[in-house]
Design a protein around this ligand. Structure first.
Ligand SMILES: [Zn+2]
Length: 488
């Protein structure tokens, strides 16, 4: 006998949900495979291969290595309109190799990269949701095209502005990007901030630092003086601006004046215009630093993203599916793990969330950025948060890695994939809602002209993170999951 939930659902959505339930083992294997791959941005070779193979095996036509991104892909199923795109990231972070299910900082491989923002679950939800929706499209003859975009290097905010620049979203009508959270959530209006990521490399002349420093021109001085200039400028930034940096090359040893030194900056603001203004000012400060240190400076923009915005029509559509699917049923063991970890991490102890909340109105814009931003100005988009992590735990902290290879992540991936598949199916069943989203999106961005902030000839940074990944990959390989995901 059908449950009341099944009775209230369309047969297409029931089919998708049954697909997810039938494939719990494959979901676990996929999620944990990506977790243990732990691949950094632009180096997601194992991860993207696994995802592409699964999509191809299920009948998607897969284009690998799109827009100059070796680990990016676009998989297509179906034909005609509407064209619905889903896209997400699957990269890890440096030095965050955290063992799953352990409530203390403990490395899988000391010093190695690892997932601490749950992008492994993002990938799992996207693939499972795509396969589930495709099964429903096939069985029920739904008209339309589903596109699945793999987006490398979100942690460095790289790929999607390039995808948009290449025209990959020109024929897309509506987009959804799934992202891990502690509960279901979706918003509209401005959700995240704009960001420009750029490295400043100073060039000088080396000399013996002890014997003849007067013969050298110190590139590190350029970096340090730029830092001083930026610190002074902070007083004059508007409240929505902020800037962060790491010195990626400060020279090799103290007895050689460095002829080359680099600093990598992130410039943030609530608007693309504000981020650009901040970046332009930083370039002037860098020129001043070069002048003072008698060096030259070269600026390389790695990426530049618009703030993520949510379209109200798509947000409401996704919210209805959240309420239909519901939060996972957490076990006492999962609740115990959550409470122990919250206590250990020194955050509010409240266990796991059990209710789906109503959407509260326009989102509150956060300083975080995501390279999905450019897509959201091009087409109506929802950022779809699903519950697969422990509440109150901050991302990029060891504690944020604990749940990602456990049943908390697996159950979260299941409900996330159901909500995603159902949202896609709703668009194919009801194309009028897609037209409505396009209409409201146009209205929402009225007065803004979207154009990429990437320099016109900027190329994707394909070598990004390669040395660090090469250093750890062999040791990490020993921990790879043996179980291969097979969806039936
Ligand atoms: Zn993320």
């Amino acid at each position: 006998m059908a449950s009341s939930h099944e009775a209230s659902n369309s047969p297409e959505k029931n089919l998708a949900e049954q697909f997810v339930e039938r494939n719990q083992q494959a979901i676990k294997a996929l999620n944990d495979s990506i977790f243990y791959f732990g691949e950094l941005g632009m180096q997601e070779f194992e991860t993207s291969k696994l995802m592409c193979d699964l999509l191809e095996k299920d009948g998607f036509s897969v284009e690998r290595g799109i827009a100059g991104f070796p680990t990016g892909f676009c998989a297509t199923y179906g034909s005609g309109e509407p064209v619905i795109a889903i896209h997400t990231e699957y990269d890890a972070n440096p030095d965050n190799s955290q063992r799953a299910g352990v409530t203390e900082q403990a490395s899988i491989v000391e010093g190695a990269p690892g997932h601490c923002e749950g992008h492994n679950v993002n990938g799992t939800v996207m693939i499972t949701g795509a396969l589930a929706a495709k099964r429903a499209m096939e069985k029920h003859g739904l008209k339309g095209t589903l596109k699945v975009f793999g987006a490398p290097a979100e942690e460095q905010l790289v790929s999607r502005p390039y995808y948009v620049r290449e025209g990959l979203f020109d024929d897309v009508d509506l987009a959804i990007t799934p992202h891990i959270g502690a509960e279901f959530g979706v918003g509209y209006g401005l959700i995240q901030s704009a960001l420009i990521s750029a490295t400043f490399t100073f060039h000088g002349e080396s000399a013996h630092a002890g014997v003849a420093p007067w013969n050298g021109r110190d590139a590190l001085d350029g970096v340090v003086l730029m830092d001083v200039g930026m610190a002074e400028y902070r007083e004059h930034m508007t409240k929505s601006m902020s800037a962060q940096r790491v010195i990626t090359n400060g020279g090799d040893q103290p007895n050689v004046i460095p002829r080359k030194a680099s600093v990598w900056w992130y410039f943030r603001d609530g608007t693309a215009e504000g981020a650009t203004k901040l970046f332009e000012r930083a370039k002037k400060i860098a020129q001043g630093a070069a002048l003072m240190s008698d060096t030259t400076v070269e600026v390389d923009v790695m990426s530049a993203v618009w703030p993520v915005r949510g379209n109200q029509t798509v947000a409401e559509l996704v919210q209805r599916e959240y309420e239909r699917v519901g939060q996972p049923h957490w076990s006492p063991e999962e609740e115990k793990l959550a409470r122990e970890l919250q206590a250990k991490a020194g955050v509010k102890v409240e266990g796991l969330r059990r209710d789906v909340h109503r959407m509260k109105g326009p989102a509150i814009q956060k300083p975080a950025a995501n390279d999905a931003g450019d897509v959201s100005w091009k087409v109506p988009m929802a950022k779809m948060y699903f519950p697969a992590n422990i509440p109150n735990i901050n991302f990029h902290h060891w504690a944020a890695g604990v749940a990602l290879g456990t049943s908390i992540a697996h159950k979260g991936a299941e409900v996330g994939a159901k909500a995603l598949a159902n949202s896609i199916i709703e668009c194919f069943l009801n194309p009028a809602i897609v037209a409505e989203a396009r209409r409201t999106h146009k209205k929402e961005i009225e007065g803004y002209e979207y154009r990429t902030m990437l320099p016109p000839d900027q190329k994707p940074p394909v070598a990004l993170n390669a040395p660090m990944m090469a250093k750890y990959r062999d040791a990490m390989r020993e921990h790879y999951v043996k179980d291969t995901p097979v969806f039936s």
